[in-house]
Ligand binder design. Sequence first.
Ligand code: CA
Ligand code: CA
Length: 101
Amino acid sequence: MNLRRVISIMIALMFIISAVSAVKPARVRPLPGQTHCPVDLNRDGFYEDMNGDRHVTTLDVQLFFQWIEWILRYEPARAFDYNRNGRVGFADVVGFYNEVY
Ligand SMILES: [Ca+2]
Ligand SMILES: [Ca+2]
């Protein structure tokens, strides 16, 4: 195998690795400090039960607010995009609060 071929394979591998690492997770995972995954209780595609205790309370709103940066990084955006603008931000905390109360 010549050097040119090795380099082209390495470049292709680097491209694949960067593409894979850029993909957002498809499934939700427990928020930091929680043992259960968030739950979409009414199956509307938005996960309102942040701590997975099968109840929606002010604690869920607090958890969303507290961990929004973490959610941005590790959770699928569509699950927490309450105002449906394609990204997760503090406006979604307000949207979530309005949905809950
Ligand atoms: Ca809950
Ligand atoms: Ca949003």
